[in-house]
Each structure stands twice: as C-alpha cells, then as structure tokens.
Design a protein around this ligand. Structure first.
Ligand SMILES: C[S@@+](CC[C@H](N)C(=O)[O-])C[C@H]1O[C@@H](n2cnc3c(N)ncnc32)[C@H](O)[C@@H]1O
Length: 359
C-alpha cells in the first residue's frame, strides 16, 4: 500500500499561495512559528548551544534570581496576598522561572501563596518546564486570559518578539502591505495593490519617505490588552523584557535566525526562528488604556544593575571563586551596550499605587 505523502510546511504555504493568492507577513509568520505540526515553536528545541539562540536566563542564573526578587518586592508591596498567580509567557526551558522561584521562595509565605501558570506552545519545551518546575505544581494555561481570579504577576522574556507582525511599505500613493507570494515558483515579497492613506497610518510616521517600512504587531497588542485588563481588575503587574524600541517608528526589524546565524525568512518555513523587534510604545499604550500604570521604559543593563546585579554577582563570586571570571563575562553580556544592555528593554505595567523596582 502506498504511504500517504504529508506535505512539508513549505509545500503547504506554496499551495495556499497558489490557491488563494499572496498572504500577509503576519499569516506567513503565524504558520512558520505556530503551525500545529511543523511550526518552529510547536516542535524542536530552539534554545541553547545546540539550538538556534541563547537567551538572558540561559546566560546566567542571576537574571532569573533578580526577576524573582523583583516579584517578591511587588508581592510585599501588595500586603503579601495569601494567594496569587505567577504567569510566565513562553517560559522556554523553564530556567528563568526555576532561578526566580529558588530566590523568591526565601521570602516567608511566598511559595505557599503561589499558583504557577505557564503559557507555552511547544510540547518539548513543556517537558523541560515540567522537569525544572514540577515541584511547584505548574498549570499550563491554554488561553492568555484563562488565569484565576487572584492578583497576577506576568513575566515575559523574549515572548513578544515571537508574535506575528504585518509590514507596510511607503510609496508615493500611500502605504502598501507587504505580502508573501510566489515569483517564478520561488517565495518572494511583493506589495498589496491597494494602498492605505498616509493619514490612516500612526501619526508618528506621517510624512515618511517612499521605501520606508512600518511594522505593526497586532498580536502583541492584543495579548497585552487581554492580560492588562485582568491585572487591572485583580491587581498585580506585567514585566516584559525583549529587544525593541520605545515609540512607533519606521524601520525593518524582521529577522530569521538558525543555528546562531542570520537566515533568510522566506527560505525554510518552520526551520528558523522568525522574530521582530517589539514596539514597546504601543504595548505601554495598550496597558494604560486597560487601566494600568506604566513605568518609564528601562534598558535591560541599567535595570539589572539598579535591582542588584552587582551585589548578587559579588555574593556568587565570593561563594564560588572559581566562577568569578564567568560571572564577569555574564554581566558584560547582559549589561554592556554592545551586547544586550541597551537593545533589550524592560517594560513594567502595574496596578496604580505599586512602585516596581529599578525604573
Ligand atoms: C525566544 S523563546 C524565549 C524563552 C524563554 N522566555 C527564555 O528567555 O529563555 C520564546 C518562547 O515563547 C514560546 N512561544 C512562542 N510563541 C508562542 C505562542 N504563540 N504561544 C505560546 N508560547 C509561544 C516558545 O515556545 C518559547 O518558549
């Protein structure tokens, strides 16, 4: 009996384009990242030396520990509620949360009050999260707003950059959406024939020159809005750390990364990480519109130093002098402007009245 041939993701995308015409970049990204069988974030192990990229919590335990202290401080400011939810979006290998909870559990009553929730699409990563966080009895939420009724703290490190974006290119007659189509059988970018008037674009980019690119991350704004509404009702905070920019601007940031090197986004759907820089301006506005206060956006390097990276490094190096050189290297990677220090930003949206540390 002949085996049924399953189409690769590339073949499925090409067939869809041939059948229904070119697709938006957001649709293409959504398929590449979240296709139920072949999506980059539904299969595979993307993070770590053997994967495609390294993230801050994988560089040093200090990153997660400081996030843990940060959350304890907010929990104390709220009067140490006897029950609260700690929700992590895209927890990766579970490293950040493992380090955060090891540090935070030192605060009396914190662990007893904790309900840990994780939002994750990748089955293999869920397995890794279970391995590292099983002791805290985590619950994997299938919807972002399916969290319980008590105060909520949300942590998202490199989550928002992985959500689909749309791109628009300015021409003499307005903004045209960039689409993924086929040219002589090969996937290629093209432009939608119908323009959007300059006046309908965000005011920050009115008067842009022909050729400039505008990126719109609707999925990120939707996610922020639904979380912020919950946090505004129930009390708490949202901490989002990612590479990004402070206000709406033009510029193309779409990138694909495979095996720690840049790749071509249209070349191998589902096999490379595709991401875009996060527009923290619109995320902050969405949180404010939902009733939260938003701390001034901070650079990762400055924020980590302000919440105690230096002191934590000293304590670790004193306890384990053989690690001192590695600790210095980790601080450099996390804070220096040439590395993650200024490209990565920290957004905290919180209940009015709380004073998040480090901003
Ligand atoms: C770049 S990794 C960051 C992992 C981790 N936060 C860290 O810092 O190491 C993105 C994470 O978000 C998850 N993710 C991406 N898109 C998602 C989606 N649409 N729904 C749920 N999880 C998603 C990935 O599987 C992964 O755990």
């Amino acid at each position: 009996m002949a085996e049924e041939k399953t189409l690769t993701l590339a073949e499925q995308i090409d067939t869809q384009i041939r059948t229904t015409g070119p697709m938006s970049l957001a649709t293409y990204m959504g398929l590449c990242l979240s296709h139920p069988r072949h999506g980059y974030y539904t299969q595979g192990r993307p993070i770590g030396a053997a994967g495609d990229f390294i993230t801050a919590p994988e560089i040093s335990q200090m990153f997660g520990e400081l996030v843990g202290f940060f959350i304890v401080n907010l929990w104390q400011q709220m009067g140490e509620p006897k029950s609260f939810t700690l929700l992590e979006l895209g927890p990766g290998r579970g490293t950040l949360m493992q380090d955060a909870l090891r540090a935070a559990s030192k605060a009396d009553g914190f662990e007893n009050a904790l309900h840990l929730q994780l939002f994750e699409s990748n089955a293999l990563l869920k397995g890794e999260q279970e391995k590292r966080l099983g002791n805290y009895s985590p619950y994997w939420a299938s919807e972002l707003d399916a969290v319980s009724e008590d105060p909520i703290f949300v942590i998202a490190n490199e989550f928002f950059d992985a959500l689909p974006i749309r791109q628009f290119v300015k021409t003499d007659d307005g903004w045209h959406e960039r689409l993924v189509g086929l040219t002589e059988g090969q996937r290629a970018f093209g432009l939608s024939p119908t323009p959007i008037a300059d006046s309908a674009a965000p005011p920050e980019v009115h008067g842009a020159y022909a050729g400039e690119v505008l990126e719109i991350g609707t999925a990120g704004v939707d996610a922020m809005q639904s979380l912020a509404r919950k946090v505004a009702l129930q009390g708490g905070a949202i901490l989002a750390i990612d590479y990004g920019y402070p206000v709406t601007q033009t510029g193309e940031t779409l990138q694909a990364v495979k095996s720690h090197a840049f790749a071509e986004p249209l070349e191998a759907p589902g096999e490379a990480d595709i991401s875009a820089h996060v527009n923290f301006g619109v995320l902050g506005e969405a949180a404010k519109a939902s009733g939260l206060a938003v701390a001034p956006l901070a650079n990762q390097g400055e924020w980590l130093l302000r919440i105690g990276l230096g002191q934590r490094a000293k304590a670790l190096a004193t306890a384990n002098p053989a690690e001192a050189a590695n600790i210095v290297r980790a601080i450099e990677r996390l804070t220096s402007p040439e590395q993650m220090g200024t490209l990565f930003k920290v957004l905290c949206a919180h209940s009015p009245g709380l004073r998040p540390a480090g901003f």
